[in-house]
Design a protein around this ligand. Structure first.
Ligand SMILES: [Cu+2]
Length: 73
């Protein structure tokens, strides 16, 4: 049974991204989280939009972003 098929869209801000390479790193790190359908990142503002099935745990995301070398703010 699928009860909730509406995707969750969450917005985060990540500090420290300076180029497309950073964007790719962060995007990949988030995409690897379970249930994540898509990630879109605006480099100039640091805004990260995550679309997922169940929502992404902020604490978990903080760790993943830190491991990639950036900071979730
Ligand atoms: Cu970079």
């Amino acid at each position: 049974m699928t009860e909730n098929t509406n995707p969750q869209i969450q917005e985060f801000y990540v500090k420290g991204m300076t180029c497309e390479h950073c964007v790719k790193r962060v995007s990949k790190a988030i995409s690897d989280l379970p249930g994540v359908a898509s990630v879109s990142i605006d480099l100039s503002s640091g805004k990260v939009q995550v679309e997922s099935e169940q929502g992404v745990d902020r604490e978990h995301l903080t760790t993943v972003i830190a491991d990639a070398g950036y900071e979730l703010v």
